[in-house]
Design a protein around this ligand. Structure first.
Ligand SMILES: O=C(O)C(=O)C[C@@H](O)CO
Ligand SMILES: [Mg+2]
Length: 390
């Protein structure tokens, strides 16, 4: 079997979007004076979709959400020529070719995202070629079904947040992630607002449920150190990305305080980066995303690393590509789960692009033993609401 063609397209959402409200989620831009909306870069309204076809007619699907047009250009210009004509079963060899051929300017960020999209499509082909789901190729089913946590609860009006938490508690979720709306720029008023929001959500979900707290890199070290003792009484399962991803010392210092476990990794891109995070005990939960870290070939190795360090992997975003990894490793106790909503930030856009994404039932997602490959197809229902860039 040989790879015949690689097609990368950008799906740009042109349908209706719900404008997110006010300080819906702290983020790295909050610390910089800006005349524009500080969260304008915090949108995922377009996506790169990769289709790889083999000479025996199998089509594998991959995707990447970061900087989609740049990812497409990297695939078209540099990566596709490295894999065309090659045997997809040589996935490690192909991965190393892509990684090393782009190493001088790639390594992390968009290039690794582009490599991920190709690698995902290759694994989809492998599964389809032997009529098995990808998780079976990675070691099989380590859990009956995957527990998942509800992830949205943007900072809005507190009564609205409580209503949202109640709705999804009623649907059977027992774990929830909420976003902070405030950071250092909002001074003591913001501290109080942040605490009020955690209290409001805990009031609804109770203390039998897990509560995860998301900063999305919108705090700094000093602010996080002040917040941790104040948050302890709410018993969060973790505090996520309190500082920017490159500040590994900051993560290590916060985690060493042993007040609330610190999580991170959705903005880390390489096996070596995760090794550093683990060696430094910088995070207590690893949150890679398979469509950022180099695809399944790389994520499988990161799982093994986390298993050896006894640090749980709870991948960013859920989504099919991550569920296969979570299903097949004991290092991963649960998944994130973005519910399907009208398009807002864009976390939900993959439901509009792909068919086959599992829908949570009673707080669990399930993978089918009989669906080969990753189990996704392109969703034709919303096709006319995308501008597709070839
Ligand atoms: O889900 C997360 O962990 C994220 O950081 C997603 C991001 O889009 C914030 O909503
Ligand atoms: Mg996050």
């Amino acid at each position: 079997m040989k790879i015949k063609s690689v097609r990368a397209r950008v799906f740009e959402w042109k349908g209706k979007t719900v404008p997110p409200q006010g300080n819906f989620c702290s983020n790295a831009m909050d610390l910089v004076y800006s005349k524009t909306e500080s969260m304008s870069t915090f949108r995922f309204h377009s996506w790169t979709v990769v289709e790889i076809e083999t000479d025996d007619g199998i089509v594998g699907l991959g995707n990447v959400a970061l900087a989609p047009k740049i990812a497409k250009a990297i695939i078209d210009e540099y990566l596709a020529p490295l894999v065309i004509g090659q045997d997809p079963w040589d996935y490690e060899y192909l991965w190393q070719r892509m990684y090393r051929a782009t190493h001088a300017w790639g390594r992390k960020g968009v290039t690794m995202g582009a490599i991920s999209a190709i690698d995902l499509a290759i694994w989809d082909i492998l599964g389809k070629s032997v009529n098995k789901p990808v998780f079976k190729l990675l070691g099989g089913r380590t859990k009956e079904k995957i527990p998942c946590y509800y992830s949205k609860l943007y900072r809005t009006d507190l009564a609205e947040m409580q209503k949202e938490a109640q709705t999804f508690k009623d649907q059977g979720f027992t774990a929830f992630k909420m976003r902070f709306g405030y950071g250092p720029a909002h001074l003591q008023h913001g501290v109080a607002e942040n605490l009020k929001s955690v209290e409001a959500v805990r009031e609804v979900i109770g203390y039998d449920a897990d509560l995860m707290l998301e900063c999305y890199m919108g705090w700094n070290l000093e602010y996080a150190k002040r917040m941790l003792p104040k948050l302890a009484k709410f018993e969060p399962r973790w505090l996520e990305e309190p500082v920017i991803a490159d500040d590994i010392d900051g993560y290590a210092e916060l985690n060493a305080m042993n007040i609330v476990p610190i999580s991170g990794g959705e903005h880390e891109f390489s096996l070596y980066g995760f090794k550093q995070l683990l060696e430094r005990k910088a995070v207590s939960v690893v949150q890679y995303d398979t469509n950022r870290v180099g695809g399944i070939t790389a994520a499988h190795k990161i799982n093994a690393l986390c298993e050896a360090y006894s640090v749980p992997v709870i991948p960013h975003a859920g989504q099919m590509h991550n569920y296969h990894l979570t299903m097949s490793t004991i290092a991963s106790p649960m998944s994130e789960y973005f519910p399907m909503f009208d398009v807002e930030v864009g976390n939900e856009l993959f439901y509009y692009i792909f068919k086959g994404e599992p829908v949570a039932e009673n707080g669990f997602v399930q993978l089918d033993d009989n669906t080969p490959g990753l189990g996704l197809t392109l969703n034709t229902e919303f096709l006319d609401q995308f501008n597709i860039v070839e």
